[in-house]
Structure formats: structure tokens, C-alpha cells
Design a protein around this ligand. Structure first.
Ligand SMILES: Cc1cc2nc3c(=O)[nH]c(=O)nc-3n(C[C@H](O)[C@H](O)[C@H](O)COP(=O)(O)OP(=O)(O)OC[C@H]3O[C@@H](n4cnc5c(N)ncnc54)[C@H](O)[C@@H]3O)c2cc1C
Length: 297
């Protein structure tokens, strides 16, 4: 038995917002893979749960008339990884969510829950940050759109109000078209493991595939919130693949991050991971983009 005051099955987004507004001590539950753990541990004991689990409008993936990709917040990881649009345009996001937990968690856990829990370790967060996703929220005062760079405010904290439902994520065409990506999760086990560090890279090469036109690199667990590495990105732009730039790329990425000690890993170990994962993720992305680069990965 879970220690909750009520479980309400919302009919649609507006119904969920109404119930949340009427009950101060209530929260959204979607897949429940974070919420129910918190209830069981006593942190959220006694709360009312407003379930958005069965709201169809929150599920699925589509492209709008401009080619932008829209991912419903209630879409589970399995369905993201197996979706044709994701596989064609942003396979690195599919790979990232395919590292979450085990098969049961990937059938239940949603991308909305993964981003809205505010965790820097969330496996979708670094790739969604590299993709510069827009987050569509609806609350009692209507709809607003927050870019992911402005969404996180601290560990486990976001700008989302308790009564706001995250409806979907919009990934603009310009942020994925001609980019090739790679997600690198470092953990001590291959599955059922929270990331010690996550690194997601997207790279765009020039038409001759010998020069970097653009790079986006974002980390999870390298700072209190999922973060991009702007110095590394600026440094890599325009580099010829024959140049010896990988070491400095890793150093620049480290200079942008603020890793900490935790029971999972020391600050020093995370610093080593930040540099090495930057290099390997970039090399893998370049190779996926059709570029040739010498580096042993
Ligand atoms: C055994 C196990 C292994 C796990 N392994 C991993 C892992 O490897 N990597 C990883 O990243 N995570 C992991 N997790 C954590 C969890 O599965 C994910 O964070 C998942 O994405 C949460 O999604 P959910 O739908 O279950 O969220 P819920 O538990 O329903 O909600 C999570 C939070 O987000 C809020 N929320 C959910 N949906 C919305 C919405 N649409 N709008 C507004 N707020 C919303 C809730 O109020 C709550 O605060 C694991 C969990 C378990 C139990």
C-alpha cells in the first residue's frame, strides 16, 4: 500500500490542472517510476497524486509542417527509441533513452517525467539540452514555452510550477538537420544504473566532411544541472579533422563544467571523465557524420 491521500485519473490536461490547483498537497504522476519511489521512501508520503498516465494528447511523436519534431511528454522511453522519426532524425536521443533502467522502466518511464524531475543525471537531459529543446507547459494561466537552457534552476529544481503540466517538447529542424550525434553514459554497470556522467554531442560537418561546421556538447552530472560546454563548442568550430585538437577540446569542456564529489564518484574522477567522454563522443559523432578522424576509441 502506498501512503497517498488520493489518486485522481485526469481526463485531459485542463482537468489535471484543475485538480492540482484545487489540492495544494498534490503532484503529477505520469509513469510513476520516480514519484512512487519517493512516496514509498516517505519523501512524498501523504500527497495526492493527479495521474496524467492515460491522457492520449500527451503521447506520441510527430513532425509539424516546418519539419520540427514534437515529442509528447507522456511518451515512454521504449516508444521514443522505436519511433521512426527519432530513428531517422535524432537516433542519439533514442540511444540515450535506451540506457534508462531496464526494459520495464523503459516501458513505463516517460520523457516528461525524466525532464520534469529536474535531475542532472536524467539520461534524456543532456541530449535534449544539446538539441536545444523547447518545453511546452500549460498551467492555470495558460500555455508558455521555456527553452531547456532556462528550465533547470538547481539539483532537482526547475522553473515549472507545481500546477503546470508539461505537454510536449519541440525540437526545431535547424537543431537536428545535418547533425549527427552520440550519447555516452558512464556508469559502473551497463544497465539499471544511474549515470556517473553523461555526455551528448551533436556535430555538423562541411560538405567535404573534412571540417567541423558546428558542435553542440552537453553533459549530465558534470554540474548541478544539465549543461552545455560553450568554450569547447566555440573552440571546435571550423577545425579541420586532420588538426590535433581533441586534447584541447576535452580541456575546454572541463573548464566549462563544475563537477562535484558524490558517493558515486570523486570530483577528480568526474574531471577525467568529462575530458575523455568529450573526445570520444565527438570522435564517434564525426564518424557517424561520415568524417575520418584518427583517435583510438
Ligand atoms: C529501477 C529504476 C531505474 C531507473 N534508472 C534510470 C536511469 O538509468 N536513467 C534515468 O534517467 N532515470 C532512471 N530512473 C528514474 C525514472 O525512471 C525516470 O526519471 C523517468 O523518466 C521518470 O518518468 P515517469 O514518467 O515515471 O515520472 P514520474 O515518476 O511520474 O514523475 C517524475 C516527476 O516529474 C513530474 N512529471 C512527470 N510527468 C510530468 C509532466 N508531463 N508534466 C509535469 N510534470 C511531470 C512528476 O510530478 C514528478 O515530479 C530509474 C528509476 C527506477 C525506479
Amino acid at each position: 500500500m502506498f501512503d497517498i491521500s488520493f489518486l485522481y485519473e485526469a481526463k485531459d490536461v485542463k482537468d489535471a490542472i484543475k485538480k492540482l490547483t484545487e489540492n495544494e498537497n498534490s503532484e503529477i504522476v505520469s509513469g510513476g517510476t520516480d514519484v512512487l519511489i519517493r512516496v514509498r521512501e516517505g519523501k512524498d508520503a501523504g500527497m495526492g497524486l493527479v495521474s496524467i498516465h492515460n491522457i492520449d494528447e500527451l503521447k506520441g511523436i510527430k513532425q509539424d509542417s516546418n519539419g520540427n519534431i514534437i515529442i509528447g511528454a507522456g511518451t515512454c522511453f521504449y516508444n521514443i527509441n522505436h519511433n521512426e522519426i527519432i530513428q531517422k532524425h535524432i537516433p542519439s536521443l533514442g540511444e540515450a533513452v535506451n540506457t534508462v533502467g531496464g526494459p520495464q522502466i523503459r516501458q513505463t518511464g516517460t520523457i516528461g517525467g525524466n525532464i520534469c524531475n529536474g535531475a542532472t543525471s536524467a539520461d534524456s537531459a543532456s541530449t535534449m539540452t544539446a538539441l536545444e529543446a523547447d518545453i511546452v507547459l500549460e498551467g492555470p494561466n495558460g500555455e508558455r514555452i521555456v527553452n531547456i537552457k532556462d528550465f533547470y534552476t538547481g539539483p532537482g529544481k526547475t522553473v515549472r510550477d507545481r500546477c503546470e503540466v508539461c505537454k510536449c517538447f519541440v525540437i526545431k529542424k535547424e537543431n537536428f538537420e545535418n547533425y549527427f550525434g552520440y550519447y555516452f553514459k558512464y556508469g559502473k554497470r551497463k544497465s539499471l544504473e544511474i549515470a556517473t556522467l553523461g555526455c551528448s554531442v551533436l556535430v555538423k560537418l562541411n560538405s567535404s566532411k573534412d571540417t567541423i561546421d558546428d558542435v553542440k556538447i552537453a553533459y549530465g552530472v558534470a554540474a548541478p544541472t544539465p549543461s552545455r560546454a560553450p568554450s569547447a563548442e566555440a573552440f571546435a568550430k571550423g577545425k579541420k579533422l586532420t588538426e590535433n585538437f581533441l586534447e584541447e577540446f576535452g580541456e575546454k569542456a572541463l573548464s566549462d563544467m563544475k563537477p562535484r564529489d558524490s558517493w558515486r564518484a570523486s570530483k577528480e574522477f568526474r574531471e577525467q571523465l568529462i575530458k575523455e567522454m568529450a573526445k570520444r563522443s565527438l570522435v564517434n559523432s564525426i564518424r557517424r557524420a561520415g568524417g575520418k578522424i584518427e583517435y583510438y576509441v
